[in-house]
Design a binder for this molecule. Sequence first.
Ligand code: GLY
Length: 613
Amino acid sequence: MVKSPLSDPVGGAHGWLRSALLLGLLGLVPACRAADPFDQNEQLATPRRGAVVAEHPLAAQVGVTILNMGGNAADAAVATALALAVVYPQAGNLGGGGFALWVPHEGQPWSLDFRETTPAGYGTELYLDAKGAVVGDRSLNTPLGVGVPGSPQGLFELYKTHGSKSLRFAALCAPAIALAHDGFPVDSWLARDLRKASAKGRLMADPAARGLFYPGGEPLSEGEILVQPALARTLERYARGGQAAFYSGPTANAVVRTLIEADKRLGHIVGDRHMTTQDLADYRVQVRKPLVGWFRGHQVISMGPPSSGGLALLQVLAILDGFPLDDDRNKVRRDQALGLPAAAEACGLSARSTHWLVEAMRRAFADRAQHLGDPDFVDVPLNKLLAPEWIADRRISIGERSNPGVQAWRAAAPRESFQTTHLSVLDKHGNAVSMTTTLNTSFGSGILVADAGFLLNNELDDFSLAPGVPNTYGLIGAEANRLLPGKRPLSSMTPTVIREGGGRVSLVIGSPGGPRIITAVMQVVLRVLVYEQSLEDAITAPRLHQQWKPEWTRLEGGWPASVLETLESQHGQELRVEPKSKFGSVQAIQVLNNREPAAVSDPRRGGRAMVQP
Ligand code: GLY
């Protein structure tokens, strides 16, 4: 029986859950409050209250509780991420990695790379057969997919560097410990994700994962209480000892033991080149310079390599800035007012501006495939890729017709994935954290560290394992993203914060969704900044995704037929509408002019936006 003395700082495990239920889950905290029109302090830059948006209501509630206790955005982000590690095993997890962006109310933004690294014994040859072809799912379902986890060090570093210090680290861990120890009701999303064939196959193949998620051989169903005592013990050690308690001692030993056992079951494909306790001891997060650009008077701050998200976002915004989007927006509005059939009813974007958007995405993803990788191993020419001459060149190359390039390469459509998770936090002092974490695919490798209670990632599939061979997202890469010992695989995670005129934080945003992270964030940013849509409308609007290869553009259902027809007939775009697909799950907070936060969790998934009372 695990009893947590660490839960005291937040009022006890049961006390915490009770207040969560009373305050948040009963809807007593509205997502947006009305402004006071007589407030004389309208011009003050700080928001009136903080907000947390995450992909699980219990995790969002943890974050708001920490803000209410006097924690800042970094404290709340750490506690929310740890809660996700318990209630969102699909992605929020100790066994994976991610990126965090800290943007203070005043001062320099800071970004943290806690992406997984390649174990020292690994090399591309382990993934290939005798003829040099990449072997099926080795980088997805076996220990060869598992990179050295970064999240435990990343979260600890965020707390140490930017936490308010008004709360002990143990206090930030306490809600997660309580959720793991006491259990929580499985929500419809977890139940649904466990029923999916891809996850089921992977998790059922691992005895520990099968025991936890498929007791009696059946997936946990909605409403069942999931208790995770091994995870509670791991979190208690972490709460007491910080990151060192993960990267050495019982937890590190359990990770290595689990991988060796999994390899034995698979017939020794890794053998003595497995991940070692030294790999774990050697893991280091990297503080990176955030990518900063400007778009129409807004300072856009996002993640640089080894994520490709920030660069692609800035490139697309820069390319589009040269197109007459405002004329187009006004025309759509006029058409709508006149009730003309060509109006882009729910979308706001005309077919022509959608065409420009698709072509800009295509070019950004071409650069991604060719140039991007871990900056500790390759020289990523960021300045060249963002130089006005290059952006102009890319813009000029966009004509009225689709330009998919000369190659006729095709890949299977990327699988659906909500394997990654994003949280956005704003505190009442105006500080923001935008953090995306992942295991790569849903439930990662499916390999559960039995004695420590968490799943391990399969992030190494994000490397380009052989030239022209697509990864699970259909993305191809080049030498820059080749797997090497100690290297981090290229990512699409796009944690982003926008400051109005470089001053106050006006938008905190990010999403899961593989490469569709980049395009989902991009589309919401465009809709808010150019099309002046509310955050809710911008997030709800149907999305599209173009990633250079394959050359066709994928679209969610809901696009007006007139737009689709014009894109195909006038602009030569090859479109594939996927009415049942959902692209990303944006979690965002906008600070309105009246200083109220408008917080929105994408209705595509079951997250929650919560604003402080
Ligand atoms: N594993 C997905 C990404 O990092 O983009």
